[in-house]
Every structure is written in C-alpha cells, then in structure tokens.
Design a protein around this ligand. Structure first.
Ligand SMILES: NC(=O)c1ccc[n+]([C@@H]2O[C@H](COP(=O)([O-])OP(=O)(O)OC[C@H]3O[C@@H](n4cnc5c(N)ncnc54)[C@H](O)[C@@H]3O)[C@@H](O)[C@H]2O)c1
Length: 324
C-alpha cells in the first residue's frame, strides 16, 4: 500500500514509538492524525511537526473520543495503551487489563460499522509464555499464561489480538498485528518507579546515583531495538501489505548489567553497580525470531546500534531535564 496522501491515524501518537511513527508516515507523504490523551505522551514530542499533523485529544476509553478519533481515517496504526514498567505492573494487573480492554472494545465497535483500508494493532512480546524457547517465533498463544511480570498487560494484548482477528475475518479488513520486544529511545515520560527499565537506569546514572541499583540478577538477557527502527517496521509492514502477526525485534541479546555498563560508559560515569534480587526481573532470556519480519518487510534494518541509541537518549534526557 502506498501511504502517500492517505489519511493515517496514529493512536498513542504522542508516545515513544508513536511519535517516531508520525515522522515516518510524514516522510512517506501521508496525512497524519494523532489521537492521544497525553496521559503519558507529550505534545513536545510532536512539536517539530506541529502544523503538519492534526491532533485529536481524548481518552480512547470513552466511546465518543474513539469515534471522533477514527472519523475519517483510512489506515489506522493503533498504539494507545497504558504501558508502564514491571514495578507498576506488579500491583496493577487487573487495572491494566481493564484499561486496555475498554480501548479495544471501543476500537472494534467503531470499525465493525466502518472498516478501514488497513488496521495495524500493537501487541507485545509479553503475550508469549515465560517457559517458551529463548528466541521466540510467532507461535500460537494459548498454550500457557502470558509473561508473568506483565500478566494483565499480556492478557489485554492477547484479547485484543483475538478480537481484532475475528473483526478482520468478519469484515474482510486487512489486519497487521505487531509484537514489539524491548523498544527504547528518547521521547519518553519520566514516571518514577512506574518507568520502564531503560529510562529508569538512564535517570539513575545521570542523577549521579552511586551505587546504581539493578533490578534482579542483572544477567537477564534482552533484545533492544530503537523506536525509530520499530516505527519503520510498522509502516513498512503496512506498505508491504503484510497481514498476520509478526515480531518486531531481533535475535541478539545483551544482559541488563551490560546495558547499564553501556549507559555508564556513554555518560562518562563509573558508579558501583549493585543487584537487588528481591525485585522482579522476568524470564532469563528473551529475544525475537525475526525470520518472518525480514520476509514480510525486506526493507527492515537496525539502523541505530544500542550504543548510538543510548547516546541519543542521554542527550535528550540531559536537554529535557535541564528545562526550567
Ligand atoms: N516500548 C516497548 O518496549 C513496547 C514493547 C511492546 C509493545 N509496546 C506497545 O507499543 C505501543 C506504544 O508503546 P510506547 O512504548 O510508545 O508507549 P508510550 O506510553 O510512550 O505511548 C503510548 C501512548 O498512548 C497514549 N495513551 C495511553 N492511554 C490512552 C488513552 N486511554 N487514550 C488516548 N491515548 C492514550 C499515551 O499518552 C502515550 O502517548 C503500546 O501499545 C505498547 O503496549 C511497547
């Protein structure tokens, strides 16, 4: 699908991945609408393209806000979701599930009456069970519980996938389901202990914490992809006309300890690193089998290395927190 002159909608477009997706869609020549309640996303993340996009502010848990957001959209990239770190998830599984379910119900109710040219929904690698293989392909989901540390969130994403698959089957609407792994980058909101892992570590290092505390054993291995490359994959999959469920991530991993060491090196700091094994850390190894992604979107590339991505994040963080 050529996105040029298409009316695209990005729900959650003021967030980390969404704001980079807006840039990617503008570069492809699309007309871009952002629907966001700014609960976590920031207007500042879109300031550089103000005047080139339309913003529809509203809480998509409300049916009227969803209807207004989707009104004239031809292609929808659905990203809006309350996504927090595992520290927040631990005591809030039901609240996270309920929040996401409301949004999914509203999305489906509008699209059932008026299907669009293409729908992409953002699921997550959290849909996969903890005791699967270290490198995950797009296996069937209902052969165990989703990731334990993100239990409510994982179920919300699983339910959204199943409901949207039924909707696609009943309406004939093309549907892409993406399952990003660990996506990071600048343009995040600082949420204290509810923050996600990398923003949390970046802040600790730049605040001069010594020691810097790492949650868990530090030996848990993860795959990290910059949000620019994730956003490119999302747009590229729709441009390529891919339908079905696909991972967004790659096979390579680093340990969380190596991640923090890299942040320290890039920041020019050398704090002591201390492990807090009482904190949740999730499964030991998690990475993505990217075979399907590369086949579905042959243009997929990792354009930003972890070190370069962290350098971008640190520069952004310094500028952001230096503001009055
Ligand atoms: N970042 C990751 O590592 C990762 C991994 C897997 C999946 N995902 C998924 O990708 C999507 C985007 O993630 P992100 O990292 O950019 O998160 P983010 O929190 O930066 O962006 C989410 C955006 O949705 C908005 N939003 C939340 N609730 C809303 C509501 N009720 N109404 C309107 N807007 C609302 C927020 O204000 C924010 O701008 C989410 O669906 C998330 O679950 C992210």
């Amino acid at each position: 699908m050529d996105l040029r002159n298409r009316t695209t909608l990005v729900t959650g477009g003021a967030g980390l991945i969404g704001s980079f997706l807006v840039d990617r869609l503008l570069a492809a020549g699309a007309r871009v609408i952002v629907a966001d309640d700014f609960s976590k996303g920031r207007r500042a993340h879109l300031a550089h393209c103000a005047g080139r996009i339309e913003i529809r502010e509203g809480n998509l848990e409300e049916p009227a806000a969803m209807a207004a957001a989707l009104a004239d959209a031809e292609v929808i990239f659905h990203l809006a979701s309350r996504a927090y770190g595992v520290g927040f998830s631990a005591g809030n599984h039901l609240a996270i599930l309920e929040h996401n379910e409301k949004i999914t119900t509203n999305l489906i109710s509008v699209l059932r009456a008026r299907p669009v040219g293409h729908l992409l929904i953002t699921s997550s690698s959290c849909v996969y069970r903890d005791d699967g293989p270290d490198t995950l392909d797009e296996r069937p989901l209902f052969d165990g519980e989703p990731e334990k540390v993100n239990w409510g969130y994982g179920w919300a994403k699983r339910l959204m996938e199943q409901k949207c698959m039924l909707l696609a089957r009943e309406t004939g609407m093309p549907l892409t389901i993406v399952r990003p792994f660990n996506i990071y980058g600048e343009r995040y909101a600082w949420l204290g202990n509810a923050s996600q892992a990398i923003p949390m570590q970046v802040k600790k290092v730049l605040d001069g914490d010594d020691p810097v505390v790492i949650w868990g054993s530090g030996s848990q291995r993860r795959n990290y992809l910059h949000a620019i490359d994730c956003a490119d994959a999302m747009a590229g999959l729709v441009e390529a006309g891919f339908t079905g469920a696909v991972n967004i991530g790659t096979e390579d991993t680093v340990t969380v300890r190596e991640l923090v060491e890299t942040i320290c090196r890039v920041a020019g700091r050398a704090p002591r690193l201390v492990l807090d094994t009482t904190k949740p850390e999730g499964r030991t190894i998690k990475s993505a089998d990217s075979t399907l992604l590369r086949r579905a979107y042959p243009g997929f590339r990792r354009t930003i290395t972890l070190e370069d991505g962290l350098r971008r994040m640190l520069g952004w963080h310094r500028a952001e927190f230096a503001r009055p």
